[in-house]
Ligand binder design. Structure first.
Ligand code: CP
Ligand code: NVA
Length: 303
């Protein structure tokens, strides 16, 4: 496949066709590991993981993906201080690009990822910022395609904080011609400025009542009420978001819906224990799919 793009920072600039190419490759590699094992598209390549925030899934799935493709990773975590003001990001970007073949960044400020991409002459991948989590959205789309059986005309109800995960999911679903019904407390929904970036016919609706959002949903999706970096608001958020828990009572209103969560989950807060563990939950398949989509993405960007 010809590479039409260098970085992966947001789903926004990608055409539906480009997203589908990534998902097709991911599905193909998942079904037949021989397709990547013997190609080893990253042989001799080194991918840096520069993380300012904690991670389990993103770090592990990228490290495993790079290794399955024959490459190596170097992890620089929050303690390294590499992105935290020791020197100008411009200098970090230019130096890292001399050593590394690509970089996966997890940052406190989205602007750091944009600046790295501006100055690093190597691919930059967004492994989560406060603004977005596009690798998660790729995994989510693959999961929806597998579990619901299609990516068009799907109704996803997102319950809770319209955060980074919700925004990337919104980009993905709106490109696929699916609907996203967001139920959040006032002031915690998707801002008007974000909706404007999606153009007309984006398929996104916003309500206050979770019961209304889940009506006839194919998927119920939730994420933590307090994201990394918002810890000082945790108590206030716990109180405000209480009516937004995804529990068995809410699930009864959408009998066909599967349940998704990007994880880590705060069991007993945004999602009830019994829901995470219920047969309708697909959270572990969803986590697995991070590996498949990221391996496909790396194969395209670096292969
Ligand atoms: N979903 C996700 O990105 O998980 P981690 O924070 O563990 O990487
Ligand atoms: N919204 C969460 C997602 C973690 C994967 C956060 O940013 O902390």
């Amino acid at each position: 496949m010809a590479r039409k793009y260098r970085d992966f920072i947001s789903l926004e600039p990608f055409s539906l066709e480009e997203l589908m190419e990534i998902l097709e490759l991911a599905a193909g590699q998942k079904a037949d590991p021989g397709t990547y094992k013997y190609i080893r598209a990253l042989t001799g390549k080194v991918v840096g993981l520069l993380f300012e925030k904690p991670s389990m899934r993103t770090r592990l799935s990228f490290e495993v993906a790079v290794s399955q493709l024959g490459g190596q990773t170097i992890f620089m975590g929050p303690d390294s201080g590499v992105l935290s003001g020791r020197e100008a990001i411009k200098d970090v970007a230019k130096v890292c690009a001399r050593y590394l073949d690509a970089m996966v960044l997890r940052t406190k400020r989205h602007e750091t990822i944009l600046e790295m991409a501006r100055y690093a002459e190597k691919p930059v991948i967004n492994g989560l910022s406060e603004d977005s989590h596009p690798c998660q959205a790729l995994g989510d789309l693959l999961t929806i395609r597998e579990k619901v059986g299609r990516l068009t005309g799907v109704k996803v109800a997102y319950i809770g904080d319209a955060n980074n995960v919700c925004k990337s999911l919104a980009h993905g679903l709106s490109k696929c011609g699916s609907r996203l019904a967001v139920a959040s407390p006032e002031k915690y929904g998707l801002p008007e400025s974000f909706l404007k970036t999606l153009g007309t016919n984006h398929g996104i609706s916003q309500v206050l009542d979770p019961k209304e959002a889940v009506e006839s949903a194919d998927v119920i999706y939730t994420d933590v009420w307090t994201s990394m970096g918002q810890e000082s608001e945790a108590e206030e958020r716990k109180r405000i978001f209480q009516p937004y828990q995804v529990n068995l009572e809410l699930l009864e209103r959408a009998p066909k819906a599967i349940v998704m969560h990007c994880l880590p989950a705060h069991r007993g807060e945004e999602i009830a224990d019994q829901v995470v563990d219920s047969p309708r939950s697909v959270v572990y398949d969803q986590a697995e799919n991070r590996l498949h989509v990221q391996r496909a993405l790396l194969s395209i960007l670096l292969g």
